[in-house]
Every structure is written in C-alpha cells, then in structure tokens.
Ligand binder design. Structure first.
Ligand code: PBG
Length: 305
C-alpha cells in the first residue's frame, strides 16, 4: 500500500551472448549460470523470454578469434554473426525488441572499442566505422541501436546515416554515461576481448571520480538525437542515474553489468546472501530513477514477477 517503487517485467532488458556453431551452450566461467549460445539455441532461450513477456533483449557476439583484426572489419560485414542472429530472431519473434551494441571491441584483435592510429584511439576515424556498423545491424532488423563505444559525436553521425538510409524509425539508446570500470571484467571474458585488451579504456570511457561530466555527456547525446540514455555500471552509480533523471526529461536506463551479476550470483551460490538480493538490487535502480534495467537476471526474475 505504501510502496513507492515497483519492478515489472516491462522494465527488463535481457543481455545475451551469441557464438558460432550449432547446438552450443558454452558456459562462461566468470558468469555462473550464463552461457554463450549458438543462434539455434538463442532461439530456444527466446521462447522463454517471449512467454515471460520480456520486452527486449541486448545482443553481444563472441566472434572467432581468427576473424578479429586491428580494424574490427567483421563489425561492418552484413553477414557477420550479429546480423545473422538478428535476422533469425526477427523471423521467429518479430515483436521482440532487439537492441544491438555499436562498438568495435568484440571485433578488434586489440580489444578496444575504436581504431588505434599512432598508438591512440582515434575518435574521428572510428566514427566512420561505427556509422557503417550501425547501418548493417539496422538493415538486418535491429530495433534499437545502442552505441557503447563512448566516442564523441557518434550519436549524431549514426542518426544522420540511418535517416539518410530511410531508417528514421530506428531508435538510439546511447550509453551516455559509461565509466571506465573494473566491473566489466566478466563481460570481456564472455566476448573474448579480455586476454587481448592492451592498456585500458580511460581515454574514451569516463573517470569514475566524476559526476558532472555525465551531465555534459548526456546533454551532447540528446542534442545529437539519442532517444534514451544509459548509465553504466549500475549499482556503484545510482547517484548518476538520479542526477541524469533530475536534469533531463528522457528515459534513463541502468545497466547492471557483468561484474555486478557475478558478485551477486557468487554470493547466492555460496550462501552468503539469499536470492532476494536480486530483486533488491533491481528495485534500487527504479528508486534511483531508472526507467528500465539491463540485467543478466532478467529471465530468472521475470518468472518470479
Ligand atoms: C563494449 C561493451 C562492454 C560492455 C557492454 N558493451 C565492455 C567494455 O566497455 O569494455 C560491458 C557489459 C557488462 O560488463 O556486462 N563496448
């Protein structure tokens, strides 16, 4: 009667990892309970998602390492793993929302989200690849393009490029306030970029000592055409979600990232905390002001809601 916040299935976005092959469910050691699935198995998993009425999924590819190169060329191949996955999903589940990351890290042999030129991540050279990556994913049927690369100016160029190609209705969910975080470790294992990653991502992801910088990042992305903005990671950044919520009239999404998932699930599996900690963690995002939450717990929690 007095509850101020609720969580419903409508608030959940389920991230999934896809790999090549048939009938594969490859366990990710650093994320107990989470697998990389081949396309046929992703479709089986999605039957559950659709039954539970989860509105959208976010897809991440683990491509074969011999297909990775310094320019992340696979990212713009219209027959790459991610595009083939989108097509099969849309054929089988046309009403399920499909969100795709735009960033080069699953495709580069150095594990960075952008191109390295003269030893630095070259912002503007990267933009030219990102607009192509966004276009092949959109042409394959993606509903929401989610740039997670943190290059400056990418929302604007992606918006223009999609409009020019008659994809005005495709939306942009910008990872606007994305911090250079240690909590992404297990994800990098999942997409196979952790071993190869040279250096860190601090020249393009945000400094976790800052909060006002997130307002500048969000303001730029909205001006460039973002429809929704993301704060990431989640729980260590609830203050940022609140700050963005109070300063902008735009949907704010929270990403409960891989490291947060792994801490909670290991805690539960070891009996240190109980299962109810999952919903408590998800409600904290709603309390902070998030409209929706990207969480690896989506399927598990949706069945309880
Ligand atoms: C890629 C990307 C990352 C995540 C989502 N998209 C990793 C990174 O920036 O290194 C992290 C998600 C997670 O940890 O669950 N740019």
């Amino acid at each position: 009667m007095i509850s101020e916040n609720y969580l419903s299935v409508n608030d959940l976005i389920w991230p999934l990892f896809v790999c090549e092959g048939n009938n594969i469910a490859d366990k990710i050691n650093s994320m107990p309970g989470i697998c990389r699935y081949s396309i046929d198995n992703i479709l089986k998993e999605l039957e559950t998602a659709v039954k539970l009425k989860i509105p959208a999924i976010a897809l991440f590819p683990q491509i074969d390492s011999d297909l990775k190169d310094e320019n992340g060329s696979q990212a713009i191949d219209e027959n790459n793993l991610i595009c083939r996955t989108i097509k099969s999903i849309k054929k089988n589940f046309p009403d399920l929302g499909v969100i795709c990351d735009v960033a080069l890290d699953p495709f580069t042999d150095h594990g960075h989200d952008g191109l390295i030129i003269n030893d630095i991540i070259d912002n503007d050279a990267t933009l030219k690849v990102l607009e192509k990556q966004a276009l092949v994913q959109t042409a394959a049927g993606c509903d929401i393009i989610a740039p997670s690369d943190m290059m400056d100016g990418r929302v604007g160029i992606i918006r223009k490029h999609l409009d020019k190609n008659n994809f005005e209705n495709v939306q942009i969910l910008s990872y606007a306030a994305k911090f250079a975080s240690s909590f992404y470790g297990p994800f990098r294992d999942a997409v196979g970029s952790s071993k190869s990653l040279k250096g860190d991502k601090k020249t393009y992801q945000m400094d976790y000592k800052n909060s006002l910088e997130s307002l500048r990042e969000v303001a730029l992305d909205i001006k460039e055409g973002a429809d929704m903005v993301m704060v990431k990671p989640g729980m260590p950044y609830l203050d940022i979600i609140r700050l963005v919520k109070e300063n902008f009239k735009i949907p704010v999404f929270a990403y409960q990232v891989s490291g947060e998932y792994s801490l909670i699930i290991n805690g539960i599996n070891k009996g240190l905390i109980n299962e109810k900690s999952i919903i408590e963690s998800l409600i904290s995002f709603k309390r902070a002001g998030a409209t929706a939450v990207v969480t690896y717990f989506a399927d598990r929690i949706a069945s309880k809601l």
